[in-house]
Design a protein around this ligand. Structure first.
Ligand code: ADP
Ligand code: MG
Length: 306
């Protein structure tokens, strides 16, 4: 017997390295008329490298001590930023102690107890607001630079900055750089022409890094500094206006948006388990260009079905 068009489309998608979870999903992929993409791990390769380790005077730590505490706190995290911190600590031959009481907040960062000290690593916008060394206290003279100034400098260079807080004090800033995927520009262009609607970038990262990447890949509609719930709100806003959104993401922070989307696609290689489970389809081979390819496959199959 000849295979029904949607089933052969699923087989075809598999050849493109995309796991489409059902015939219903295969059909829905061709219905999307707008697209929202995550930044870290989706438009970027998601293997950021640590570029800067900057101890702040208030923390009284050396670079090595700062990186050791951050790596210990990040150890249980599956976030790409956590991997960058751990790889850097290992590359420097640092012994990373075991952390206790690990907790992570998607889009914000991690917290854990390391050698009796409470260590938090995360988004400057979230952590600096809660510490006496934050912007509110910028006027307090400290030897060395204030956290906000270091963060601003890193972000102006297109980096993602993380603040390391030790026992409530901003002890240092870490900077990471991530590469744009080779097929990001082509994929954004292909998705734009398929949907006829300008794509949006949804990211928890800082506005400066977001704007820079958006410019590189040709996205003009940028929403940065988003928590997972904010990503959902951005998706709903457009769907309430009648759009059928294709959301592409990789992180735990993207899972609610993937669930809210008309169709959610997860990046499989570095993607979090939660994103892979929540998404309707998974890019198994690490090629973003597979996304417009499966949308086209779906459209062709649907023409055969109807
Ligand atoms: P994106 O939407 O670009 O994939 P996320 O929502 O995952 O980004 O993260 C947003 C921000 O939250 C990061 O830029 C970082 O500042 C902070 N963050 C999230 N997870 C971690 C982590 N494990 N360690 C440090 N910072 C983190
Ligand atoms: Mg991501």
């Amino acid at each position: 017997a000849t295979m029904p068009p949607l089933l052969s489309a699923i087989a075809n998608a598999g050849r493109h390295g995309v796991l489409v979870k059902s015939a219903v999903v295969m059909e829905r992929l061709g219905q999307v008329d707008a697209v929202a993409l995550d930044k870290t791990g989706t438009l970027t390769e998601g293997t950021p490298q640590l570029t800067d380790v900057v101890p702040l005077a208030g923390g009284r730590l050396t670079e090595g001590e700062l990186l050791t505490l951050a790596a210990a706190a990040e150890h249980p995290s599956e976030h790409p930023l956590a991997r960058a911190v751990l790889d850097a600590a290992r590359a420097r031959g640092l012994a990373v102690p075991t952390a206790h009481g690990f907790a992570s907040a998607p889009g914000i960062g991690v917290t854990a107890t390391v050698g009796g000290r409470t260590v938090r690593v995360g988004a400057p916008a979230r952590l600096l607001g809660e510490t006496p060394h934050g912007p509110a206290a910028a006027a307090v003279p400290v030897t060395g630079r204030a956290a906000g100034a270091v963060v601003a400098e890193l972000e102006a260079g297109g980096r993602t900055a993380m603040v390391v807080q030790v026992d409530g004090v901003a002890a240092g800033v870490l900077g990471v750089a991530d590469r744009v995927r080779a097929d990001a520009v082509g994929t954004v262009a292909a998705l734009t022409s398929l949907t006829g609607v300008r794509p949006i970038l949804l990211t928890g990262d800082n506005p400066r890094a977001a704007a820079r990447l958006a410019g590189e890949v040709g996205i003009r509609d940028v929403r940065a500094g988003l928590l997972p719930g904010d990503k959902v709100a951005a998706v709903r806003e457009r769907q309430d206006a009648g759009r059928r959104l294709l959301v592409v993401g990789d992180g735990v922070n993207d899972a609610p948006a993937l669930a809210a989307a008309h169709t959610g696609v997860a990046m499989g290689r570095a993607g979090s388990d939660l994103a892979l489970e929540t998404a309707d389809a998974v890019i198994v081979r690490d090629e973003l260009a597979a996304v417009p390819a499966v949308v086209s496959l779906s459209r062709r199959a649907r023409r055969l079905v109807v």
